[in-house]
Design a binder for this molecule. Structure first.
Ligand code: FES
Length: 394
């Protein structure tokens, strides 16, 4: 029996960074990435990028292409139409993972609409048809993508993850632009240059995954046990930190992609090797409850958190790191999921509930170190920072 060729099985576009994606059957691709992908982004009034890492409710925003713009919907809120011709010509300085550039404001109505969702005054920004952001190494204009113009994952890799995981993870959690069928698991790790439809892509770099993957697409809630990062950490982790899933791509020419296009591998490369400490969980998961695991933090309670000399008002429902981020307390962080260890702090007084501790060594535990991203204060707590280099996750 002949083996079917590797094929493009899904094309996903995310018109607004961190909001829900839409699948299309064909698209135009240029060196900037997929047409209309991440051309818009929500930002604080000072231009600070907002993503679902800290505002998971963004994942419940749906965008639909209409003539001249987008139709936006969000549960419990009136829908809104954004017409690009109505957008302001005013610019605002913004930043995506260390890249500073000027973007354009959109409309007051869009600003208000997103402010209502986020719970504070925000702007909806537009990168423009020719964005001002230039990737320093690629010398390529980019809109609001994280670092590379496109992300590819094979269905084989998702099956490989799910074989090791106790739950069924969905492709939507990883937000790929291109999904490939009919490959073995992690075949894409060994590709250097591929051709899909009219477009040749350079496979640039494995994609380092963060807490965004742990948000349940259906509920917009973080998975309490940080899955799938917890399983990925068992077999896709680098010793220096970070877990990897999917490959970042850069288009070398412009052209059309269509679902069903065959993937031609033009050049291969040696696959990165990861230590595999996973176990085979290929049981029938069809009857498992794949919703977030729950854990008891108790009734809502106000507490105080003191980090070094700064004391902030907090509660027992959110993690220490969430409180620090919201109140602009400076602290290292990376994966936000208990994997990288960047957010270690030392607990001197009080009690916390910690839901993951795999990034802590025996010495850390003996020293009273905890992970701020996985710990909630259940009483007033006193903490100090641990001097560490920080994660490679930006
Ligand atoms: S931010 Fe990575 S372990 Fe907390």
């Amino acid at each position: 029996m002949s083996v079917p060729p590797a094929q493009l099985s899904q094309i996903n576009i995310y018109p607004i960074k961190s909001t829900r994606g839409m699948s299309v059957s064909r698209t135009w691709v240029s060196q900037q990435g997929l047409s209309q992908d991440r051309r818009l982004m929500v930002a604080k009034r000072d231009g600070t990028m907002l993503t679902a890492r800290t505002c998971p409710q963004l994942l419940n925003v749906n965008a639909l292409f209409i003539d001249g713009g987008l139709r936006l919907t969000y549960p419990g809120q009136a829908s809104m139409t954004l017409l690009m011709d109505d957008c302001s010509r005013a610019t605002l300085g913004t930043e995506v993972w260390g890249a500073h550039f000027e973007a354009w404001r959109t409309t007051l109505q869009a600003d208000d609409w997103f402010s209502h969702i986020i719970g504070e005054p925000v702007f909806l920004l537009y990168a423009g048809q020719r964005p001002n952001r230039i990737h320093p190494e690629m010398q390529q204009a980019l809109a609001f993508v994280d670092e590379y113009p496109a992300l590819l994952i094979s269905q084989g890799s998702l099956a490989g993850l799910n074989r090791r995981s106790q739950r069924i993870n969905s492709m939507a959690q990883f937000r790929p632009n291109l999904v490939i069928a009919n490959t073995e698991e992690f075949a894409e790790d060994g590709w250097r240059r591929i051709k899909i439809g009219e477009v040749i892509f350079a496979v640039e770099k494995a994609c380092e995954r963060c807490i965004l993957t742990t948000i349940e697409p259906e509920t917009g809630q973080f998975h309490a046990l940080a899955e799938p990062l917890a399983t990925l950490a068992q077999f896709r982790a680098e010793p220096a930190g970070g877990v990897f899933f999917g490959q970042n791509l850069r288009a070398l020419n412009a052209g059309v992609l269509e679902v069903g296009d065959v993937v031609e591998v033009l050049e291969t490369q040696a696959k990165a090797t990861y230590v595999d400490n996973s176990i085979d969980n290929s049981i029938d998961k069809s009857t498992l409850n794949t919703a977030s695991a729950s854990f008891e933090v108790g009734a809502y309670k106000n507490v105080s958190i003191t980090l070094n000399d700064t004391c902030i008002a907090a509660n027992n429902q959110q993690t220490l790191l969430q409180h620090f981020s919201q109140q602009s307390v400076d602290i290292n962080s990376g994966c936000r999921a208990g994997v990288c260890g960047a957010c270690k702090v030392t607990l001197h007084a009080g009690e916390v509930m910690q839901t993951a501790s795999r990034a802590l060594s025996a010495e850390d535990v003996a020293a009273g170190n905890i992970l701020a991203c996985c710990s909630r204060a259940i009483t007033d707590v006193v903490l100090t920072s641990v001097a560490i280099k920080g994660s490679s996750i930006p």
